[in-house]
Design a protein around this ligand. Structure first.
Ligand code: AP5
Length: 212
């Protein structure tokens, strides 16, 4: 099964991709995570991407496309995958089609802009294992400590309020149009992502025929 998550920054793409990955045994191809890992490791890709990410802008399509093509050719993608954060522009969506890839479902997580700022300023992430929390909606068992690996949690560099506003602007301008692209193919299903994390995960799993 090939799934795509789309939605504004902070809609819950990473959170629900993790739950569905666990339930269905599918690898997650999260372009934001791959880029952050590249920045952390100081790779050539990371050095090229960093300034765009810090400013809340999209990384140029050509860098993203070669990164995604390489990742999708790995053996663990043979049985399907979850795309989180890709495609994010019309040229990226068209490139996916040109690669002969048609997703089974495009899961659109819907949240108003007004809710996004508080979500993202309350987000805490583990730089070691990638787990994501929220200080109110999904707190770790011990404040500031990752449940999974015990690492100290931190605030993502692009979760400052001004950068979040820019990411939202870029989302509406460049990413929202890909919804219509996949709607024409009859692949998009919208989910209200303002309920509890557990309720949204349940609705997604039910739709995918994998009820908890
Ligand atoms: P990326 O990492 O993909 O960031 P994003 O799309 O802005 O999405 P986020 O990771 O911020 O949010 P999310 O929807 O995953 O929400 P989450 O589950 O964490 O990209 C970062 C940057 O990399 C981009 O700005 C760009 O520069 C670059 N990039 C990446 N891909 C690219 C591409 N294809 N092309 C070009 N550039 C690219 O949830 C957020 C918070 O809310 C969490 O704390 C969570 O616990 C909480 N939460 C989630 N669901 C709920 C709920 N139902 N109720 C309450 N709280 C909730």
């Amino acid at each position: 099964m090939k799934l795509i998550f789309i939605g504004p920054p902070g809609a819950g793409k990473g959170t629900h991709a993790a739950a569905i990955s666990e339930a269905l045994g599918l690898p997650i191809i999260g372009t934001g995570n791959i880029l952050r890992e590249s920045v952390k490791n100081g790779t050539e890709l990371g050095q090229k991407a960093k300034s765009f990410m810090d400013a809340g802008q999209l990384v140029p399509d050509e860098l993203i496309l070669s990164m995604v093509k390489e990742r999708l050719s790995a053996p663990d993608c043979a049985g399907g995958y979850i795309l989180d954060g890709f495609p994010r522009t019309l040229p990226q969506a068209e490139a996916l089609t040109a690669m002969g890839i048609t997703p089974d479902h495009v899961l659109s997580l819907e949240v108003d802009d007004s809710a996004i700022i508080s979500r993202l300023t309350g987000r805490r992430v583990c730089d070691n294992c990638g787990a994501t929390y929220h200080v109110v909606g999904m707190p770790p068992k011990t404040e500031g400590i990752c449940d999974v690996c015990g690492n100290a949690l931190s605030v993502r560099a692009d979760d400052r309020e001004e950068t979040v506003k820019e990411r939202l602007r870029v989302y509406h301008e460049q990413t929202e149009p890909i919804k219509a692209y996949f709607e024409q193919m009859g692949l998009v299903r919208g989910f209200d992502s303002t309920g509890s994390v557990a309720a949204v995960t349940r609705a997604l799993l039910q739709y995918l025929g994998a009820s908890q």
